[in-house]
Write a protein that binds this ligand. Sequence first.
Ligand SMILES: [Zn+2]
Length: 108
Amino acid sequence: MTIKRITAKEKFKTIAQGWKIQYFSDNDMKWYPQKLAAGESAETIYNLLLFARTPKKVDEIIGNESWTQEFCQECRNYSKDVLEFTDEDNKHIYTVCISCIKKSLINL
Ligand SMILES: [Zn+2]
């Protein structure tokens, strides 16, 4: 088992790459044409993300916080600070927010 902490502070640095993987077609060598939630094209958002220096700025550019958060499987909320537990085969990944981790330690 490996345990990795994922914070928005670290995560936002790779969001532009992740965005390109999701919205750029390597087959056609083109950006997907649809306008996104923020009302901009995927390419425009990508170009802005390249210069984003904080998670807050990433959220503003994209128009929501979905790219800087992880889902906590304990409280079922989104969080900007989680621990990710992965088994040896990389088959099972379990994500728990720091708030839930703290609560569980208090109850010991
Ligand atoms: Zn939680």
